[in-house]
Ligand binder design. Structure first.
Ligand code: GAL
Length: 655
């Protein structure tokens, strides 16, 4: 069964509405709802005084209706009495600004005293509801780090020092790692170290990097503390928290969180201004699967229609909600859930769409909710199957943080948009891609793309080199391998860690000004970046610059390595140029593009059954070759060809 549902906030509604909610959930085929996420202030209105009546009642009603619950620890936002009593729990920005209550998530995870309150609430929830028949999964807090990924308070400073002492052992080792001989930054003891608070000019880059690592770890420590309480009381109930895997959230190193979650759950929202939002959606879904190690995962939140937090929010077009939902399923989701079940009448999210909108049941949104419920029922057999990919894109949060630090050669060298550009070029050809961390086992991939991996460990660089030696086509792009994990330059020429693999040595970067472009010898265009690159014997210049200061110098190179090849792209190609390079790599790697004109992904079961998801993001009807049984319409694919309506989706059990 593919689970179906959303966040459910019954505390916002009177009993009669809650009774109607359960009836309508049944009508829509809802199987799972997330309850209690923001209900601490309702559940504990005064310190130590609890009011569980309303939650008992709704959980009983849900259980009676056969609807399971992802029950929250209720800690996502502390109640007003708590931060009034303990204003020292409030988080602080780099410039000393205190973030006050009145919104949500006004807490600092490094405060031991705050955590005591959180663990007490977690324990209370687990003891009260641990055996409730509706309970299927624990939902720890909510989007940890969403609003306060970095806290610069004194509590955070103390925790940061402990984290550093643990990482480096001695202050000498910290001085070496941070390069503190520069600008009189030498520390004589850990006690002198601070978070990278607002400073007269660039704070130490390694300090910034370590603070990013620490902050991600500190949020994870907070998660673990709650998870451990839940595990102690309900060892058989799995635990998760909702991650924010997309090209928009850079603050948490989610690959390092994965082992602590029993199931990976993601929240994903498309961007109104992006005409190709479905490509970013596909990337985020593949990234989620990557964090899940290939296992099925849960789409914990997305939206039925517009959200409320973008500058201009876009209503979903007919068919889009179903198509986007199934695009996640195609890429490994075994649950499709929304924020939220019933659209709020008050509060900051009253203009955010929901499964049941302000207009009630005589609305397209509601009809879409019901249609999706039946579609997911029709796809039950897909549950548990997996997506297999022959291509990988290497993706790394510390590299993202490192790339976008200040005081670099060009502020136009960015990370997620480049990863997405490479992803898009593969998506265009329906090459299914795994998004993996640099230390992943790359042995199964014929094609490995490594966009702008600015900092990299020796071991990870060796892992990538091994993929080429073992037969993969490996593409590394500009501003990769520049630094080690401490953000120290790898001396001897760029791209440092990949010089040998690629057979190139760049002596100087030639960053381009805004609007400045270059032409390559095949007529394709580039901007942002170029390099003065020397080639080792055996490395071939596949493309050179045709104009500009570096006319005649290599822009794209290739070196045969073992049974594979290592390519270096030293500039930022436009979309057409990148497509050309990607097509050459696809051909060299022997990958065959799936179908043309549609998005196509396959899920495969252990027993060999397979399902082809075909998503038509265009306004035209598309006919593609397929054979088998189409599950949404429940009919055989006739004559070996499948017609997919404009904006439509089809799922074919093959064979
Ligand atoms: C998420 C959050 C939800 C809701 C939603 C709105 O970040 O977890 O509580 O705010 O966004 O899109």
């Amino acid at each position: 069964m593919i689970q179906y549902g959303g966040d459910y906030n019954p505390e916002q509604w009177p009993l009669a509405t809650r009774i109607e909610d359960v009836e309508l959930m049944q009508q829509a085929g809802v199987t799972l709802v997330s309850v209690g996420i923001f209900s601490w202030a309702q559940l504990e209105p005064r310190e130590g005084e609890f009011d569980f009546g309303w939650l008992d009642d709704i959980l009983d009603r849900l259980a009676a209706a056969g609807i399971k619950v992802t029950l929250a620890t209720a800690t996502a936002s502390p109640p007003p009495w708590l931060t009034r009593k303990h204003p020292e729990f409030l988080p602080v920005l780099a410039d000393g600004t205190v973030l006050h209550p009145g919104g949500r998530q006004a807490y600092r995870v490094s405060s031991a005293a705050y955590r005591e309150y959180v663990l007490r609430m977690t324990r209370t929830m687990a003891e009260r509801y641990g055996t409730h028949p509706a309970l299927a999964l624990w939902h720890v807090d909510n989007e940890l780090g969403c609003h306060v990924p970095h806290d610069f308070s004194d509590d955070a400073a103390a925790a940061f020092r402990r984290w550093l002492a643990d990482r480096y052992g001695t202050v000498e080792a910290l001085n070496a790692a941070w390069g503190t001989a520069f600008w009189s930054q030498r520390y004589d003891s850990f006690d002198e170290v601070l978070p990278p608070r607002s400073a007269p000019t660039y704070p130490n880059p390694t300090q910034q990097l370590d603070f990013a690592r620490f902050s991600s770890d500190e949020l994870l420590v907070h998660y673990r503390a709650m998870r451990d309480v839940l595990r102690e009381i309900t060892p058989d109930i799995p635990t998760t928290t909702n991650l924010m895997l997309s090209t928009g959230t850079k603050r948490m190193d989610y690959f390092s969180w994965a082992d602590d979650l029993d199931v990976i759950a993601n929240d994903h929202y498309t961007r109104a201004h992006d005409p190709e939002a479905h490509v970013e959606l596909a990337f985020s879904a593949d990234l989620t699967r990557g964090v899940a190690g290939g296992d099925p995962w849960m789409l914990m939140e997305h939206s039925t229609s517009a959200v409320n937090w973008q500058p201009r929010n876009r209503t979903k077009r007919p068919g889009e909600m179903l198509r986007h939902s199934l695009a996640h399923v195609a890429r490994g989701a075994d649950a499709v859930m929304f924020f939220q079940w019933r659209q709020s009448a008050a509060g900051a999210e009253k203009f955010h769409s929901a499964m049941l909108p302000h207009g009630g049941t005589d609305t397209d949104v509601w009809r879409n909710t019901v249609t999706l419920g039946s579609a997911l029922k029709a796809l039950s057999e897909v549950e548990g199957s997996r997506v297999r990919a022959q291509a990988a894109i290497v993706f790394d949060y510390p590299a993202w943080w490192g790339t976008e630090l200040d005081s670099h050669p060009s502020a136009a060298v960015t990370y997620p948009d480049r990863v997405l550009a490479h992803y898009r070029a593969l998506w265009q050809r329906n090459i299914t891609v795994d998004i993996v961390r640099p230390s992943a086992d790359l042995s199964g991939y014929a094609l490995v793309v490594v966009p702008t991996l600015y900092l990299v460990t020796d071991a990870d660089a060796a892992n990538i080199a091994k993929a080429a030696a073992d037969g993969a086509s490996v593409l590394v792009t500009y501003f990769s391998g520049i630094a080690d994990e401490n953000d120290h330059i790898r001396l001897g020429g760029y791209p440092g860690a990949f010089r040998e693999l690629l057979g190139v040595r760049s002596e100087e970067f030639w960053a381009l000004q805004d609007g400045e472009t270059l032409t390559l010898d095949d007529g394709t265009r580039a901007d942002v970046w170029s390099e003065q690159t020397h080639l080792s014997p055996g490395t071939e210049a596949v493309r050179t610059y045709a104009d500009g200061d570096l006319a005649g110098w290599p822009a794209l190179t290739r070196r045969p390595v073992g049974s594979g090849a290592a390519w270096y792209l030293a500039t930022r190609l436009d979309a057409d140029g990148l497509q050309g390079v990607t097509d050459a790599l696809i051909a060299e790697a022997g990958l065959s593009p799936e179908l043309d004109g549609v998005e196509a992904v396959r899920r495969v079961a252990d027993d060999g059954r397979s399902w082809l998801f075909v998503l038509n993001h265009t306004g035209d009807e598309v006919t593609v070759p397929a054979s088998g049984h189409e599950l949404l319409r429940d009919e055989a694919v006739a004559g070996g060809s499948l017609v997919v309506a404009p904006g439509g989706v089809a799922v074919v059990r093959e064979g």
